[in-house]
Ligand binder design. Structure first.
Ligand code: TXA
Ligand code: MG
Length: 330
């Protein structure tokens, strides 16, 4: 059985809503990456997300709502800071961790008494949420551990036959997942770097703590513990400017027929034989948008390894480096 990929026109949205109401799984575009949606109020539907993705059982899901007025339908004791951040960043790539309300089953948060929630900024996601008129739980629509999907074709490659429907809304523009901010603790705590930068949050909040040790982050956000973003081949990081050297060393270690992928930021000279070069946009916004697709594309060319040059760790660069390190750890 293969999964239909359909246009997100009025008929497509109606079909997606009917699928969700029947407890089915629908992949849909958001401005960050594609999500794999299920009715967040249905324990059975939420469980089937974990089966389809082969997602580790301790990794909680983000719930998507149509607007900030629905916050109190899904969360309780919502602090004033949440509404202030919602006014500033929603619809958008900021996920807030709040106290879970009784309408959302514990399965969504894997037993945590908190709930991650956001309003996505993609017209198709918003049209779906409005028509469904309820909360949609949606992790990224990839097989667990794989790079997040930024195109409908990536979803199909990972989940064909395992989910009911894919709404094809073209490329996800931001290309990196939302920022996850915990508002339950005594001070706002950044659990996952993402498309909304720490600098932007600090401007809004005055100050934001970043979960420093991997331990602290993974205690509060169990999903961070798991393998992530990895293509099927090995990924190696290299300092900016040193990628070709590292790629050539790897090429010499491998057999003569093996190709090594090389991803750099900005234009680069044509590489010598044995190295498959992909130059990503110089601007970090464009780079983030192209990153996961480039990893999947090079993997599809059967390279023996992918060398990726590091980017500066500021603004969006911090989120990009987080993803690159996890891909390399895979
Ligand atoms: O941009 C995004 O956030 C995309 C789109 C589809 O919205 N979704 C996404 O979901 O990236 P996922 O499941 O791939 O990542 C969710 C992250 C994980 O790191 C998870 O641990 C964390 O959010 N999370 C979810 N619920 C949480 C909670 N109650 N407390 C702490 N962290 C939570
Ligand atoms: Mg994910």
């Amino acid at each position: 059985m293969s999964t239909p990929v359909i246009e997100p026109d009025a008929a497509g949205i109606a079909r997606a809503v009917a699928t969700l109401r029947a407890g089915g799984l629908v992949a849909f575009p958001t401005e960050t990456v594609y999500g794999l949606g299920a009715d967040a109020r249905s324990t059975a539907a939420v469980r089937s997300i974990f089966v389809a993705k082969e997602r580790p059982h301790d990794n909680p899901l983000i719930v998507h709502v149509a607007d900030a007025r629905q916050l109190e339908d899904v969360a309780v004791d919502v602090p004033a800071a949440a509404f202030a951040l919602a006014r500033r960043f929603w619809p958008g790539a900021l996920t807030l961790v709040l106290r879970r309300g009784p309408a959302i089953p514990a399965e969504v948060s894997r037993g945590l008494d908190t709930l991650a929630v956001r309003v996505p900024a993609h017209p198709v996601a918003l049209a779906l949420l409005q028509a469904f008129n309820g909360p949609i739980a949606a992790p990224s629509a990839n097989r667990s551990g794989r790079p997040s999907p930024t195109q409908a074709a990536h979803v199909l490659a990972d989940l064909d036959g395992r989910i009911d429907l894919i709404l094809d809304g073209g490329g996800a523009a931001l290309g990196i997942e939302s920022t996850v901010l915990d508002l339950v603790g005594p001070r706002p705590l950044l659990l996952r770097r993402g498309a909304v930068t720490r600098e932007a949050l600090a401007e809004a909040l005055g100050e934001v703590d970043v979960a420093t040790s991997e331990d602290e982050a993974s205690r509060r956000s169990p999903g961070l513990r798991h393998r992530h973003y990895a293509p099927r081949c090995r990924v190696t990081l290299a300092p900016a400017g040193a990628g070709l050297e590292v790629a050539l060393a790897l090429r010499d270690q491998h057999g003569p027929r093996d190709m090594i992928g090389l991803m750099v930021r900005g234009p680069a000279a044509p590489p010598p034989p044995g190295v498959l070069l992909r130059s990503l946009p110089e601007a970090l916004e464009g780079y983030a948008g192209a990153l996961f697709a480039a990893l999947r594309e090079l993997e599809g060319r059967d390279v023996a390894a992918i060398v990726v040059e590091e980017v500066p760790e500021e603004g969006l660069g911090a989120a990009i480096m987080d993803r690159l390190r996890r891909a390399a750890a895979g």
